[in-house]
Design a protein around this ligand. Structure first.
Ligand code: ADP
Ligand code: MG
Length: 282
């Protein structure tokens, strides 16, 4: 069973605020194609500071490509992504690195090194960015982050021995070790059973309350999106078809959005068959 099997059920949806806070990330007129395939076809929206924004849409719709634009790993064909006002495609390298240091990223598979201990995985960015930090201080920082993600005292555990949910938690501890202002999550529920998925959603909510930073959660799992997000941006066939406070997006009229929600917003992972309501994408 995967996160796809979760039911929408009764959810607490964050009430819409009258005005979003000012944006920390601005996405403007983003176009990206690979060969003949248009992946992003003029996408614009804002990611408000101090809130959780979910970017949702079926598999293969360009969510991960969007995330890579946000960190400046992919250049748009047209348009721009501004993080903290820095143009992530065109800024000089020092500015780009400075902006990237303010962003933490939780990769889909956790991207942990199995040959390292848990603690050394979490410490990795510190070794790179703060090489003069003492071993003692580094360990203390790592232990603090591990406790924050609900895994106290496992610094010396072998990474290979972790469960799927624990790997996500450790990945998250590493994503926040530099105390970033933005944390990006690529499919935080993927590959997890429903109960572990729920626990990760709860962790994301708790972390947001504890850290007060800006979260961006990329997901095709609508249940997770609705649970964690204050704002939702929905991508479909390269376009933004909805953006706004979660509560309002849930009441949106767009037929694709309605179909996506009414079916518990379940979409198969890559290689699966499409929903009856929706053309198969990707
Ligand atoms: N580097 C790349 N080169 C060519 N095609 C790519 C590349 N990255 C992504 N794509 C294509 O772009 C589309 C969107 O991919 P992706 O953003 O990973 O989708 P998802 O919404 O599932 O995260 C897919 O069809 C994928 O094959
Ligand atoms: Mg993806």
């Amino acid at each position: 069973m995967g996160a796809e099997d979760r039911e929408l059920g009764v959810l607490h949806v964050a009430p819409a605020e009258a005005e979003p806070p000012p944006p920390l990330i601005r996405i403007r007129g983003l176009h990206k194609r690979f060969g003949a395939q248009v992946v992003l076809d003029g996408v614009s929206f804002d990611i408000p500071e101090g809130r959780t924004t979910a970017i949702i849409g079926p598999s293969g719709t360009g969510k991960s490509v969007m995330l890579k634009h946000i960190v400046g790993l992919i250049r748009p064909d047209e348009g721009e992504v501004l993080c903290f006002g820095t143009d992530m495609a065109r800024a000089p390298e020092p500015d780009l690195y400075a902006a990237r240091r303010r962003i933490g990223m939780l990769f889909q598979d956790g991207a942990l090194f199995d040959s390292y201990s848990v603690g050394d995985n979490v410490a990795f960015p510190l070794l790179h960015h703060a090489p003069r930090m003492s071993e003692e201080e580094r360990r203390a920082k790592v232990n603090e982050k591990l406790a924050l993600v609900g895994l106290p005292g496992i610094y010396d555990r072998a990474t290979a021995s972790l469960s799927g949910g624990q790997r996500k938690r450790v990945g998250l501890a590493r994503a926040i070790i530099m105390e970033p202002e933005i944390v990006l999550f690529d499919e935080p529920n993927s590959g997890l059973d429903p109960i572990t998925s729920d626990a990760i959603d709860q962790l994301i909510c708790d972390m947001k309350a504890a850290l007060g930073v800006t979260f961006v959660v990329i997901t095709h799992d609508i249940v997770g999106a609705v649970r964690v997000a204050d704002y939702i941006a929905m991508l479909y066939q390269g376009k933004l078809i909805a953006w706004g406070p979660t509560e309002r997006v849930l009441r949106g009229e767009h037929p694709v959005l309605r179909a996506f929600f009414q079916r518990n917003l379940v979409l198969p992972g890559a290689g699966g068959s499409g929903l009856p309501h929706l053309p198969h994408i990707g």
